[in-house]
Design a protein around this ligand. Sequence first.
Ligand code: 13P
Length: 337
Amino acid sequence: MNKESLAKVASDIVASSRGILAADESTPTMGKRLALIGQENTEENRRDFRQALFETDGMEMFISGVILFEETLEQKTSEGTRLSKILESKGVYPGIKVDKGAHPMDGSPSEKLTKGLEGLYERCLDYYKLGARFAKWRAVITIGDDMPTDECIRANASALAKYARACQDAELVPIVEPEVLMDGDHTIERCYEVSEKTFKTVFEELDNEGVYLPGILLKPNMVVSGKDCPVQGDMNTVAEMTVKCLKASVPAEVPGIVFLSGGQSETEATEHLNAMNMMGDHPWALSFSYGRALQQSALHAWNGNNANLETTYAVFYHRAEMNSKACHGEYSPSLEI
Ligand code: 13P
């Protein structure tokens, strides 16, 4: 493990108010996104949309890394350029989703355990050769009756830590993603409680595996009310409870926290990040690693038609810029177009 270069990549990714585009939807998930605009889930459609995002002029001022699905890492444009080369040529780090998805957990099948540890170190070596410099593994924690169980939190935390160690041994910066889902009618206080317990368990396991904390990024959920909870936390409550939860559980050696959007609207995700950064200095940089909250409007602008590329570029550029502003507390809804 080359600690110096891991720490450099991790801190570069969150430097200068930049963040990550999560464009690593699995092929079935990408199918759901394409269905929203009435398009078929073909390799060409997946490529064309992602290519439009990557080749957006100037996006590199706001985006430092892009998480790719395996297909995209080796995919080529119609002119034969590898998509990941477009990113590299702009100084944007290519990343790779390495988990094999969340599957029903033995003993508690309503909960999920993320798989993918088998052969992971060898895969990471290959991804590095293909240009990847960071990786992602997503664990999901569900809130519900008698859930999450301690076993589910522990097993997911343990897998995240083993993944993180394998990545660092192969010189990839691991993005450690424990996501407490928004699904359900639970209160924001319940989300706080489960998130704090989950994040603390994750850091215990990272310590057990000897993971080098300056060479990771944490990708957590924000502390929010369940989607179906009648009382929704307002912007400042979300920001305050999220920062409080992270201060209670995340060591200061971690260089950056890059939030997922998890089903928040584009503007909510930007407003929440902005509110947290307006609260002043934190021990770690607070940035974004959004999927839906960076792509939704761009996907509709593209609409499956490359005649709409100019609008797609403009819409994606705008969203990326708004989130970059939120990284230093300079976003305002009045900047929306
Ligand atoms: P969302 O921002 O759409 O939640 O996606 C981020 C991500 O990478 C989930 O694993």
